[in-house]
Design a protein around this ligand. Structure first.
Ligand code: ADP
Ligand code: MG
Length: 697
């Protein structure tokens, strides 16, 4: 249960003065429904109103606060003209202008002969001082009401700045003192204020020196609080998963040894190590939650296969789940071939309508009675009508495309199912900790021997003709080509037209039948057919609008052309590039851009051209584009942060991660005084789903 001390913060915003249902809806859109959401809505900047000067000596075009005596009122002579008030401070005159404001209101705001303090942008117009719509106008004796430093908040249409500031002040007034949950040494080292003070300071920042980019300690503290809550909850969930219902799947080596000697290659050191790490987890009586990271082409599939065989050795079943049907089928075909020498069958389950009735039923029956031990499929594998006899290991390929929830439903298909997730996105450590903090990580850092580097070049779209000619030559030499035209959601139709047009242009050069087109709007069957024709070499150029469809493995494909490369994330481009260079022949990646490119865009593409190190690329991508993009925003299921900014506060994630581990090792039930404070922290950041998993509840 949420601690009562937090109740005032979790009241709906509409409980605040002046917020009805209509305004409440605007606030909901802006920041959220609860008072606490207002606290997390931090200012984007601050207006400095401390500048005061006699008008005669004042700086122009600067926010100033001046006190003037009202000299005269000039109502607008015509409806569309401004209302003008003339004032003086004794050194010079100023014209204060208002559009569309009622005269009687202005008469009461600016009584004749009275001193009024105004604050706003001070400008010169035709040799006269002017202030349009002062932000503040108060009787001089109440000048103290004008803040010297005023926070400026991100806005939404329909809400006024003043109203928002007032509402946030109301929220700030509700902020309770909370017991400190942070380590005192960390607090001292980072010079962080206490929580309540930090919230206040974050909303009332003193203006910083213009060249200072250092975040305020108060903001860093709040970011850390959020990250700690996140890491702590992930650690609790992980500890829980590992202890609840875990089973031991120890291998005998009977199958894995035979499999290894049947492989047409020797395993790399990285593969061996990953296989050993997974084997250790599976043999332990805890549930495995492990992420296998490896660049495209690093050879994750065989690692998965060895682990799946270990499950079979232990008398259990293993399933591999792929994000698309094409990939599922391709995995299935490959694994079936690899398994042939062992005489072990592997089933395939894709969408209900996709596998023919009889065969589907046969596969499902065999999974249910345990006569089939291995299966590959799409998420269809985890639908209701599918029962496993004894599922022991679930492997999820391209993990980041599945949400956290889907990951959890896997557990329902068996008792204490071990989970191995595989991703080709070379996620930097900081990001891995936040998105996959509840998992252990194995990394394939080496590539299979004999892998070639891929020649990457940047080419202006203006040189399309040359590219097409060059491609004709490659095809004559027997090469196959991927040609990617990105589909951007906002302009789907236009982009699709562009891809269709590209396909027909290429057809003119290389022949009608040599070019295939796949795009997201096609029926799966049609897509499959084109893909299979490409894999079989019947089609020479595959024009595609989506990234995922080119996730297939075609060793003869040696050229990757990407149009509008500037629209892609670096990590995405790197993955696309990894689709070639899988065979013996030299491969090329042509990144075509629509110039002129800005400096940053150019630097990004050059960096990609000059390095093949996926991790370096991902770090750079994170820095330039932010976390959501790197993970693939919508599908990621990654947590959103309100206060932490992963590119700015990345160093804090490491600290929070270690801190969380230390906290739980000392006080696994969060019973100590600090533990109680940490529970409050979890509730504060809505990470309280973890709380019931603490043994003491
Ligand atoms: P990914 O990590 O992208 O899933 P795959 O598992 O599809 O990579 O492997 C890519 C290719 O490399 C496959 O054709 C696979 O057979 C091959 N491969 C995997 N491991 C090795 C190895 N140790 N030596 C040589 N080739 C390998
Ligand atoms: Mg793969």
């Amino acid at each position: 249960m949420r601690p009562p001390v937090l109740y005032p913060l979790f009241a709906p915003i509409t409980a605040l003065k002046g917020i009805g249902a209509r305004t409440g809806a605007l606030y909901k859109k802006l920041c959220g429904e609860h008072v606490v959401d207002l606290l997390w809505h931090l200012p984007a900047g601050v207006i400095d109103r401390s500048y005061k000067s006699q008008l005669k000596y004042a700086d122009r075009d600067r926010v100033a606060t001046v006190t003037v005596k009202v000299v005269e009122h000039n109502p607008p002579p015509k409806p569309h003209m401004p209302y003008k008030i003339v004032g003086t401070d004794g050194t010079d005159q100023i014209v204060i202008t208002y559009f569309n404001v009622k005269g009687d209101y202005l008469s009461s705001l600016y009584p004749a002969d009275k001193n009024v303090t105004i604050s706003g942008l001070l400008e010169r117009y035709r040799a006269s001082w002017v202030m349009n719509h002062p932000d503040y106008a108060v009787p001089a004796e109440r000048a103290g009401e004008i803040p010297t430093h005023e926070p400026v908040y991100p806005m939404t249409a329909g809400l006024g700045g003043k109203g928002l500031r007032k509402t946030i002040e109301q929220a700030l007034a509700r902020v309770p003192d909370l017991p400190e949950w942070n380590d005192p040494h960390l607090m001292a080292r980072e010079k962080w204020p206490a929580w309540k003070a930090a919230v206040r300071i974050a909303h009332h920042p003193a203006p910083q020196a213009p060249d200072s980019t250092a975040p305020l300690p108060a903001r860093r503290r709040l970011a850390y609080d959020e990250l700690l809550a996140d890491q702590l909850s992930l650690s609790i969930i992980r500890a829980h998963h590992k202890t609840i219902g875990g089973r031991s799947f120890a291998g005998t080596g009977a199958l894995t040894r035979r499999m290894e000697s049947a492989l047409p290659f020797t395993l790399t050191g990285g593969q061996r190590q990953a296989i050993a790490e997974i084997a250790g987890d599976m043999a332990a009586p805890k549930r495995m939650l492990r992420l296998l990271q490896g660049d495209v082409g690093a050879g994750k599939t065989v690692v998965a296969l060895m682990s799946m065989l270990q499950a079979v050795e232990a008398g259990a079943q293993a399933a591999l789940m792929a994000p698309t049907e094409i990939l599922a089928k391709q995995h299935h075909a490959k694994l079936q071939k690899m398994l042939a020498p062992l005489g072990i069958a592997i089933g395939l389950v894709v969408g209900r309508t996709r596998t023919t009735g009889g065969q589907r039923k046969e596969t499902l029956d065999a999974l249910a009675d345990g006569s089939l031990q291995l299966v590959v499929g799409t998420h269809a594998l985890f639908q209701q009508d599918i029962a496993f006899h004894n599922l022991g290991l679930a492997v999820i390929d391209e993990q980041h495309r599945f949400g956290v929830n889907q990951r959890l439903t896997l557990s329902d298909k068996g008792r204490g199912v071990d989970i191995l997730a595989m991703t080709a996105t070379p996620i930097p450590r900081t990001l891995a900790l936040t998105a996959y903090g509840d998992m252990d990580v194995s990394r394939l850092t080496d590539k299979p021997a004999g892998r070639q580097t891929i020649d990457t070049s940047l080419i202006d779209m203006a040189r399309l003709d040359e590219v097409v000619t060059g491609i004709g030559r490659q095809i004559a030499k027997g090469a196959q080509i991927y040609w990617v035209c990105p589909l951007v959601e906002e302009s789907e139709t236009i982009d699709l037209a562009a891809a269709t047009e590209r396909a027909s242009l290429l057809r003119k050069f290389v022949g009608e039948d040599a070019v295939g087109l796949v795009h997201g709007r096609m029926k799966t069957d049609d897509k499959d057919r084109v893909m299979q024709d490409f894999a079989a070499g019947k089609i020479k150029i595959l024009v595609a609008t989506t990234v995922i469809e080119v996730g297939v493995d075609v060793p003869q494909a040696t050229v990757m052309v990407v149009e509008h490369a500037e629209r892609f994330g670096l990590a995405q481009l790197h993955q696309l590039r990894g689709r070639v260079g899988r065979g013996q022949d030299k491969s090329h990646c042509l990144l075509m851009y629509h110039g002129p490119l800005g400096e940053t865009a150019k630097a990004r593409l050059k960096m990609l051209r000059d390095t093949q190190d996926g991790f370096k690329i991902a770090e750079e991508d994170l820095r330039l584009r932010g976390a959501g993009e790197v993970l693939g925003t919508r599908q990621s299921g990654a947590r959103e942060f309100r206060l932490a900014d992963l590119s700015r506060d990345g160093d804090l994630i490491d600290i929070a991660h270690d801190d969380a581990a230390l906290i739980l090792s000392r006080d696994p039930e969060l019973k100590s005084e600090r533990g109680q404070a940490l529970r409050t922290l979890l509730y504060l950041f809505n990470r309280d789903a973890a709380v019931p998993l603490l043994r003491a509840g």
